[in-house]
Design a protein around this ligand. Sequence first.
Ligand code: NAD
Ligand code: FES
Length: 276
Amino acid sequence: MHLILDRQELAKGNMVALTVEAPAIAAKIKPGQFVILRLNDTGERVPLTVALRDPQHGTITIIFQVLGKSTAMLGSLKIGDAIKDLVGPLGLADEFRKIGTIVGIGGGSGIAVLHHLLTGYAEAGNHLIGVIGAREKDFIILEDEMTTLCDRLLITTDDGSYGAHGLVTDALKSLVEEQIEIHLVIAVGPVVMMRAICQMTRLYKIPTLVSLNPIMVDGTGMCGACRVTVGGVTKFACVDGPHFDGHQVDFDELIQRNNMYTRDEKTSLLFSIRAG
Ligand code: NAD
Ligand code: FES
């Protein structure tokens, strides 16, 4: 059992940050790796990338969007409640080396994952430009943390209520038009966002790393649920990723596979709400 030590609501309560007691994971996990949790014996296995780690206090923080039945149940937990199983660290850790100027782009709840990943690249001495975007002001998360971490931060909102009016791709375009030499783009967020970024960076010839979040079940490469095609080759995001060369990813296939259970998830959430 893993005790919940802190709980914060972000983005109008649509996102929740839980700090959980997990000393063994906190001691080992690297930015970008993830955990799979289960709330109870019959619960769904939920993969979540860790947003913060504190090895000294033996805690990890997960930030997630309340989307389906399991994340709604997770979001309803309070300080003092516990998560039954927590498995990790899972996935490959990135090799954090000095690359030069890195533009890290986070959309919506993807900002939490981006922030943790960028801490690894900051420690390696890179020059970091952050771009974070959300549909409106209240959905921008971790602005203070990103301001501290990055040498420069650009913020966009779809409705223009905060930062620049537009999408994160507009901010990327403005950076390219400033003729900044960008050595790497890292994109974390909705698949359509990552696809749009990769379409742009392919034209600009900027290497691009994306963090993929396909459906996962076992997280150990056995079930095949997280299958993605990268460079024409089948990969399992849980053991071969979750970070891949974005120019090689078949995003259309990923979108199709991620949508396979959307209807079932909505029905399951509806039943759980009706059941109280
Ligand atoms: P959202 O749909 O509100 O989009 C967030 C931002 O992404 C937008 O403000 C915009 O700037 C950009 N964006 C979205 N679609 C775009 C497009 N077609 N072209 C260019 N830019 C675009 O995001 P949300 O509702 O907060 O959802 C967050 C998503 O991130 C979820 O789908 C979640 O599964 C995903 N996510 C992914 C990871 C990961 O590891 N890849 C981690 C956490 C969350
Ligand atoms: Fe089962 Fe990756 S989640 S193979």
